[in-house]
Design a protein around this ligand. Structure first.
Ligand code: MN
Ligand code: MN
Length: 455
């Protein structure tokens, strides 16, 4: 953003400082929701259960199973006229512990966790880096405990061990890159100390179980009722001599989750209701009750309608949804200077060139794409230009190169207009995704302008 004014530069640095603190803490979909609920709460948003009547300007939120949060600033118009909705996802590719994760390798006497990766990862990127463990365990008596190990500088971290180059020639060097590390080789190093040095039957695994029992009251079967996630350890960092970029795990799509909620905090006096939504399970195809395919969003709309008119007919709810204008706020892939040829550069997104509007996603012949209409692209373009927001358009790669999808098509099932728009990242889905500070700001600005739009 060379053209940014001094005021804008200050605003960019401020938003990015807040965003980096957020993304450093929000390491799982649950933690994203916790952080956002805290942010909303300290900015005057109330739980929808405590709101009795529709009043323009009321700020409220609703959560779902600790993994979704939807927040709104009520508008002056009737909800039947629709809302302006920005929807992001809080889940990110990671390694989940298996149902029976713990084992001790007999020959090496090392204890490890078996994992099952979640979402689209390049598995070789997850070895030899510091990893942390986060999640929830439900004990046999129903008590719930939260585990967070590996973020505090005084915590230990975990890691996955790759093969040394001296011995990798026959075993690994000839493998295809996608199999350089296989799913079953993503085992997390956990402990090396036997429970009792003098008694060989007292194994390292026993030490681990005794430790978990002492610290958390856990027994081995409790893993069955747990959601424990292995993610890259450590905070977000500024990248580059000029500190113009941000490197962090989980920026897809927490960069949108944050900027959308940050923009919502500043909504005031709008004609239309502004809604920010963070859903889950996008990275594995949006199934399950916390995904965009769940009726949760519809339930929220119904609750909003109730505030205005408790006897509203179902048709009013449907009109409220279909009159909504939506941004599927998700990231795009920015051109990586070392791998330019996967892109068609005239239609590729570049990092640092503002929010990227993606008319269609999908693969091959736009398969499984929402493909926003010319009319709605016209609306979005006018909003961004009138608001002087830096923006660009971008396709994810060459036509026949590969592709990917977002939740736009699921929002469109409500018959609402929707388009994808979010920043473009380099090294998407890696343990260190790269964004531009200027794009974080442009994205926040774009969502703020969009929330204020009234046709
Ligand atoms: Mn995404
Ligand atoms: Mn993704």
């Amino acid at each position: 953003m060379e053209t940014a004014s001094a005021d804008e530069k200050r605003s960019i640095e401020e938003i990015c400082r807040e965003y980096m603190a957020f993304i450093s803490r929000a390491k799982t979909e649950r933690m994203v929701v916790d952080e956002i609920v805290a942010l909303l709460g300290s900015n005057g948003f109330k739980n929808i259960d405590t709101v009795k009547k529709w009043r323009a300007g009321t700020k409220l939120y609703m959560t779902n199973r600790g993994k979704n949060v939807v927040a709104a600033v009520l508008g002056k118009r009737h909800p039947v006229e629709g809302a302006n909705l920005v929807a992001a996802h809080g889940d990110a590719p990671r390694l989940d512990l298996k149902q029976k994760p713990l084992y001790e390798d007999g020959e090496t006497r090392l204890a490890l966790f078996k994992t099952h990766y979640y979402g689209g990862i390049k598995k070789y990127q997850w070895v030899n880096i510091p990893l942390s463990l986060h999640g929830k365990v439900v004990l046999s008596d129903g008590r719930e405990i939260d585990l967070h190990i590996g973020e505090d500088p005084s915590d230990p971290v975990f890691t996955i061990c790759d093969l040394l180059p001296h011995l990798y020639r026959k075993k690994q060097a000839e493998r295809k890159l996608s199999e350089g590390i296989t799913g079953e080789e993503l085992n997390v190093l956990l402990a090396s100390m036997p429970a009792d040095e003098k008694d060989p039957k007292k194994k390292v695994k026993t030490w681990v179980l005794e430790h978990l029992n002492k610290e958390y009251g856990m027994i081995e079967e409790d893993f069955v009722s747990s959601e424990l996630e292995i993610v890259p350890a450590g905070p977000a960092r500024e990248i580059g001599l000029d500190r113009s970029m941000i490197g962090a795990y989980g920026q897809d799509d927490r960069i949108c989750a944050y900027t959308c909620m940050r923009a919502l905090l500043e909504v005031k006096g709008n004609e239309r209701t502004a809604i920010g939504f963070v859903m889950d399970k996008e990275e594995i195809g949006s199934d399950g009750p916390t995904s965009i395919k769940s009726r949760f969003l519809e339930d929220f709309y119904s609750r909003l309608m109730d505030l205005r008119d408790p006897d509203h007919p179902d048709s009013a709810l449907r009109r409220s949804l279909s009159n909504t204008l939506a941004i599927s706020s998700d990231v795009n892939g920015a051109v990586n200077p070392s791998f330019k040829d996967v892109h068609e550069l005239q239609n590729a997104a570049r990092m640092g060139y503002g929010i990227c509007v993606t008319k269609y996603t999908g693969s091959g012949g736009k398969v499984a794409s929402n493909d926003a209409s010319a009319e709605f692209m016209g609306v979005i373009r006018r909003i961004l230009n009138n608001g002087k927001v830096p923006w660009q358009v971008g396709e994810l790669g060459k036509v026949d190169e590969g592709g990917g999808g977002t939740v736009a098509k699921f929002l469109a099932e409500h018959n609402m207009d929707v388009v994808d728009a979010g920043p473009a990242l380099i090294s998407m889905h890696s343990p260190m995704e790269i964004s531009s500070k200027g794009d974080v700001w442009a994205t926040y600005r774009a969502y703020k302008e969009f929330f204020g739009y009234c046709p």
